[in-house]
Design a protein around this ligand. Structure first.
Ligand SMILES: *Cc1c(COP(=O)(O)O)cnc(C)c1O
Length: 375
């Protein structure tokens, strides 16, 4: 049996090696390293895959979120709501821009932003909501978009973990993750569901005006060459990454299917065990399982992790510390107990190996060992 890894990028690469190598070689041969044809080609392919008007390739997912927020014309002190149980990038860019991050709790089942908690956090200073589609499943966007409309707020989706997942609205419309709000952001970090061979990211929008502004912000605020209309940044996807992404985008649906099949295997194996709570699947959204995350009930998490590690099975805690307990984000506004679900999750979650190349033999070995410890 092959070594078990949280993410097996090498086995995935081996299957597409000739195509990827040829794409990279072409970039080297043309020496068109920045803003080459490959970047534009990939941009159009992704626009068509997502069925969205504009894709703006940028340097990484964090930049995508930052540029999105920069395009909204917000003022220092304006409030931006985001969940407290997530990766730090979301709150980080809000703080960096001098805006005020307002944290809210999440749902126990799906790990995603709680609409009830969100409702209570809206004040006259609130300008935007950044829902995070955590672990590959869309947050409940229909009520979030309705709230945003009612209070005149921007919605920026953090779709860094959820590319390929689809949300179904009550009128039957199916919309890709990141394409429901005003702006969506994704990351092509190697371990993400659509990963390149370095850093990369993209912004999605159907709004022409925001698209033009974000394109300019990502390129030093430039509209006409060497004429800078606004303060910008330097953030771009390079051509070698675009060459890799062009190949991998063609396989994205198959990659999602492989992840879902692995999650189904886990669900079936653990379904009868009352000490393991399976990740809830939303009725509105498909789940592309960036992570497969269990909640443990009456199981010593660090001992289980050690037991698995001794058997060659990695398992990770995403995320061990909610944002309101992070040193850099501690704030008089928040105390222990304010976000009970997020606090509870940080103590009981455990993510198992999840990638596109898991074999049935590996899944059988992982699940057998997890059950051996907990039962
Ligand atoms: C990975 C990730 C980011 C940041 O993406 P980078 O490309 O690493 O900058 C932001 N938000 C979430 C939820 C992520 O998982």
């Amino acid at each position: 049996m092959k070594n078990i890894q949280m993410v097996d990028l090498k086995s995935q690469y081996q299957k597409i090696k000739s195509e990827v190598d040829a794409g990279i070689q072409e970039v080297i041969d043309t020496t068109s390293f920045i803003k080459g044809g490959k970047v534009t080609d990939f941009q159009h392919q992704l626009e068509s895959y997502l069925n969205v008007k504009h894709v703006i390739p940028v340097g990484n997912g964090t930049d995508a979120l930052q540029i999105a927020l920069m395009s909204l014309g917000l003022k220092p002190g304006d409030e931006v709501i985001t969940p407290t149980f997530t990766f730090i990038a979301t709150a980080e860019v809000v703080a960096l821009l001098g805006l005020t991050p307002v944290l809210v709790d999440v749902e126990f089942g799906t790990f995603n932003i709680s609409v009830e908690s969100l409702k209570k956090a809206i004040t006259p200073k609130t300008k935007a909501i950044v829902p995070v589609h955590l672990f590959g499943q869309n947050a409940d966007m229909e009520p979030i978009l309705a709230l945003a409309k009612e209070h005149n707020l921007f919605v920026i989706e953090d779709a860094c973990q959820s590319i390929g997942s689809v949300y179904t609205f009550s009128d039957g419309r199916h919309v890709h993750s990141g394409c429901m709000g005003d702006i969506g952001c994704t990351s092509f970090f190697p371990s993400k569901n659509l990963g390149c061979f370095g850093d990369g990211g993209a912004i999605f929008t159907n709004n022409d005006e925001l698209a033009a502004r974000m394109r300019s912000i990502s390129n030093h605020g430039m509209v006409i060459r060497y004429h800078h209309d606004m303060v910008g940044v330097n953030s771009r996807l390079d051509s070698i990454q675009a060459a890799v992404l062009e190949v991998k985008l063609k396989h994205l649906d198959e990659y999602c299917a492989n992840r879902i099949a692995a999650a189904d295997y886990y669900d079936t194996a653990f379904g009868d065990c009352d000490k393991l709570i399976l990740p809830a699947r939303s009725t509105q959204s498909t789940h592309v399982f960036h992570q497969y995350t269990l909640k443990l009930k009456g199981v010593n998490r660090s001992e289980l992790q050690k037991f698995l590690s001794d058997k060659g099975i990695p398992a990770m805690i995403y995320y061990p510390v909610p944002l309101h307990f992070q040193k850099a984000y501690q704030d008089d506004r928040y105390q222990a107990g304010d976000f009970p679900i997020a606090e509870k999750l940080s103590e009981c979650v455990l993510s198992l190996p999840m990638h596109t190349e898991l074999s049935e033999e590996q899944l059988e070995y992982i699940t057998r060992n997890v059950l051996e410890f907990v039962v």
